[in-house]
Design a binder for this molecule. Structure first.
Ligand code: SAM
Length: 267
C-alpha cells in the first residue's frame, strides 16, 4: 500500500457523511448522548466561520483575519470541532483556529460554530505540517491542541504520524514564550513516544486525571475511546525558553523518530 493512500479512518469518514440534522433556536446538540457546548442562536445571528481560501500572502496575518489582536488557540486535527467549540465559548477573549485534512469534518465544525454565532473561530482544511511551516510565524501561537493524533497503526502508513522531532521543534518555534501544547491519545505506544520526546523542548506535565477545566469529554474520539473502555492519556507542555538554534538542531537530531509498533486497532 502506498503511504499516500488515505487511511482506513479517512476512507470511512468520506463514505459516511450523513445529512446535517435540522436544529431549532435554543436547542442543545448531542453526540452519542453527550451535549456539545452552546446552543443554536436565531438564524439572523449565524456567522461565517469557514476559512475557505487561505490568504496567498504567507505567513498569514492572523490578527487581521480575525479582525482583532488576541491570543491564538489552534486545534490541529480538530475532527468535528467539539473541543474548539467548547473552548471558544468559554474563552471569548481568544481567537480559535481549527484545522483538519478532511473537508467532511471541517463542515461539521464550521456549521456548529456558525449556528452558535461565534465570531472568533475559523475552521479550515489545512495540513498541520503546512500550517506550522508556512502559515504562521515564530512566536505567534498561544496554544496548540492535538487530541488523538491519527495513530497510523499500519506500519507502512506509520511514516505519516504527525508528532515527529521536526514537528515538535516547529511547535516550539511557533509558540509564544510560555506557550502551551495540549496532547491526548488512547494509544499507549504513541503516548510513550510523546512522553519521551516532549520534555526535550518543553516542561512536560502528564495528567493522571481528566482535564480540570473540562471534566467530561474533550473530543469525539475521546467519547468513542472511553465507550470502548480504552485508557485516555493526557498531558500538557509549556514551551521552554532560552533554547538557541544550535541547541535546537542538536536536540532534534538526538530524538527518536516515531517508528514504534502499534496494536492494529482501527485508525
Ligand atoms: C483520530 S481523529 C481525532 C479528531 C479529533 N481531534 C478528536 O479527538 O475527536 C484524527 C484527526 O486528525 C486529522 N489529521 C490527520 N493528519 C493530519 C494532518 N497532517 N493535518 C491535519 N489534520 C490531520 C484526521 O483527518 C482526523 O480528523
Amino acid at each position: 500500500m502506498s503511504s499516500k493512500r488515505p487511511s482506513r479512518y479517512h476512507r470511512r469518514v468520506r463514505r459516511k457523511a450523513p445529512a446535517a440534522p435540522v436544529l431549532e433556536t435554543g436547542q442543545t446538540e448531542y453526540e452519542f448522548g453527550i451535549p456539545i457546548a452552546g446552543t443554536i442562536v436565531p438564524k439572523e445571528q449565524w456567522t461565517q466561520c469557514a476559512l475557505k481560501r487561505i490568504p496567498e500572502q504567507t505567513p498569514v496575518d492572523w490578527p487581521t483575519l480575525f479582525s482583532r489582536q488576541a491570543p491564538l488557540v489552534v486545534d490541529i486535527g480538530c475532527g468535528n470541532g467539539r473541543f474548539t467549540i467548547a473552548s471558544a465559548l468559554s474563552r471569548p477573549e481568544c481567537n480559535h483556529l481549527a484545522i483538519d485534512l478532511l473537508p467532511a469534518v471541517i463542515r461539521y465544525g464550521t456549521r456548529r460554530a456558525n449556528q452558535r454565532g461565534l465570531n472568533h473561530v475559523r475552521f479550515a482544511v489545512v495540513d498541520g505540517w503546512r500550517f506550522l511551516t508556512e502559515l504562521c510565524s515564530d512566536a505567534s501561537l498561544s496554544e496548540i491542541h492535538i487530541y488523538h493524533p491519527q495513530p497510523y497503526a499500519d506500519p507502512v502508513a506509520s511514516t505519516r504520524r504527525m508528532l515527529t522531532p521536526e514537528f515538535i521543534a516547529w511547535m516550539h518555534g511557533r509558540l509564544i514564550p510560555q506557550g502551551k501544547v495540549f496532547l491526548q491519545t488512547d494509544r499507549k505506544a504513541y503516548w510513550d513516544y510523546i512522553c519521551a520526546t516532549m520534555p526535550a523542548l518543553f516542561d512536560w506535565h502528564e495528567l493522571k486525571e481528566q482535564w480540570p477545566e473540562d471534566p467530561e469529554f474533550r473530543s469525539r474520539r475521546e467519547i468513542l475511546s472511553r465507550k470502548q473502555g480504552l485508557p485516555i492519556f493526557r498531558g500538557f507542555a509549556v514551551r521552554r525558553d532560552g533554547i538557541t538554534k544550535d541547541d535546537l538542531q542538536r536536540i532534534v537530531a538526538a530524538m527518536e523518530q516515531p517508528t514504534f509498533a502499534m496494536d492494529e486497532q482501527e485508525d
